[in-house]
Design a protein around this ligand. Structure first.
Ligand code: LLP
Length: 423
């Protein structure tokens, strides 16, 4: 069986390895729940983006929300990436990790004045603006501090990315982007505002997209807009096509990034837009399959209707199953001989929604360490402290080296900003 994450994740004999390290050993050494990422897998996922874009002006902006650990950001910064951020906090992380503000695109539907100012002062490359109201406030903030905000409008191409409704963003009914019909007028407004310099256009139609067609449809609609906007005398330098490329969690077969990009570039060139700088904002496809969440089996609780395998990771550590009913592969880090049984893998949190996997064929015993696969994206970044559970530790591996890149939280960390009332 090829695991999502191969070749960086594979069994050697009975033991599951990431790069050259046994995950079972890492769990024993660092405790569980534990996120483990492969630096090699991240860089291998980036390579097809860079290769496909080689020879033309481009920027790959890693979507920080998918995995914001400083060491992960540092890895992508060193590889030449820019970053797609959605908050002032993410900007601080990028800078702390050695990222270049000049390669940052600032996305998000609700940037505060404080965040706008922070982005302007840091010198971010571009604000991806989502409404006229935001444009006006941004212009005001920029003028007040004597700066100009470079801006791209996020347009909503109204295409169906065919993904989960919570992560589909390019349809009319979504809160995201400037509607296609008003985009030209909004660009004209932007061009008049004193604190704004129009530099590009962007779209992002959703996440975990496994087909090329929605991207090509969105691109056609965006290029139509580019032509209409430039006909009014506004020049657009870059074309930002967002992120969204899916990964294999179970049996999905998303296109490879270079295949997708080749088709997009062919259309861009065929329509006479080949001179523009191309920006992408991938998150999941760079880190999703580069990470696993390790969790120890605490108790087995066979029942009449269901068998429960109670593990020490929970919905607070990994929210995707509870929130989206997302399927994430689960395997034993040490293969057992003998029959498998069907288990619901559940955590200790007091909610019925606290499950990591349902109806999984597993051969398990208490004390075994399970790996939840494809957990490198939207795992740790969505973790919470529900039930006063400290967040997991994180480890980065590369070959036979491993570094702790985040310490496990202890309860005192969780209430250190709280205060008792006076007598
Ligand atoms: N750019 C923008 C403007 C975005 O909103 C997103 C993700 C990305 C780029 C990166 O998309 P990616 O390449 O990772 O698909 N928590 C959900 C996913 C939410 C995605 C939100 N936006 C999940 O766990 O599936």
């Amino acid at each position: 069986m090829t695991l999502p994450g191969a070749p960086f994740l594979a069994y050697r004999g009975q033991d599951l390895f990431m790069d050259d390290l046994s995950l079972n050993d890492l769990a024993r050494e660092h405790g569980t729940p534990l996120y483990v990422y492969s630096r090699r897998a991240m860089l291998a996922a980036l390579a097809p983006y860079q290769k496909a874009l080689q020879g033309r002006p481009h920027l790959v902006c890693f979507a920080v929300k998918s995995n914001s650990n400083l060491a992960v950001l540092q890895t992508f910064a060193r590889a030449g990436c820019g970053f797609d951020i959605v908050s002032g906090g993410e900007l601080e992380r990028v800078l702390a990790a050695g990222g270049d503000a000049g390669k940052v695109v600032f996305s998000g539907v609700g940037k505060s004045r404080r965040e706008m100012k922070q982005g302007l002062e840091a010198g971010v490359r571009c604000f991806n603006v989502e409404s006229t109201a935001e444009l006006e406030v941004l212009s005001e903030v920029a003028t007040q501090i004597g700066r100009t905000a470079r801006v791209s409008l996020r347009v909503n191409p109204d295409v169906d990315a065919g993904t989960h409704p919570y992560i589909s963003t390019g349809l009319k009914g979504n809160k995201f982007g400037v509607a296609h019909e008003v985009a030209v007028a909004t660009y004209q407004r932007a061009a008049q505002l004193p604190g704004i310099e129009v530099v590009g256009i962007d779209c992002h139609i959703g996440s975990q997209i496994t087909e090329i067609a929605p991207y090509l449809d969105a691109l056609d609609r965006v290029l139509d807009l580019v032509e209409a906007i430039e006909a009014t005398g506004v020049t657009l330098h870059h074309l930002d096509l967002g992120g969204g490329l899916g990964i294999t969690y179970t049996d999905e077969t998303p296109p490879a990034a270079d295949v997708l990009i080749a088709q997009l570039l062919a259309k861009i060139d065929a329509r006479g837009h080949g001179h523009r700088e191309i920006v992408f904002e991938p998150g999941r496809s760079l880190v999703g399959n580069a990470g696993v969440l390790l969790t120890e089996v605490m108790f087995l609780k066979p029942g009449e209707q269901k068998n429960f395998c109670v593990v020490d990771a929970a919905m607070n550590d990994l929210m995707r199953p509870a929130l989206y009913e997302a399927f994430m592969g689960i395997v034993n880090t040490r293969r057992r001989e003998g029959a498998t049984e069907v288990w619901d893998v559940v955590g200790p949190v007091c909610e019925s929604g606290d499950w990591l996997g349902r109806d999984r064929q597993l051969s398990v015993q208490p004390g075994d360490v399970l790996a939840v696969l494809s957990a490198g994206a939207y795992g740790m970044t969505m973790a919470s402290n529900y039930n006063t559970r400290g967040r997991a530790a994180e480890v980065m591996v590369d070959g036979s080296q491993a570094w702790v890149i985040r310490e496990r939280e202890v309860p005192a960390d969780l209430f250190k900003h709280e205060h008792l009332l006076p007598n």
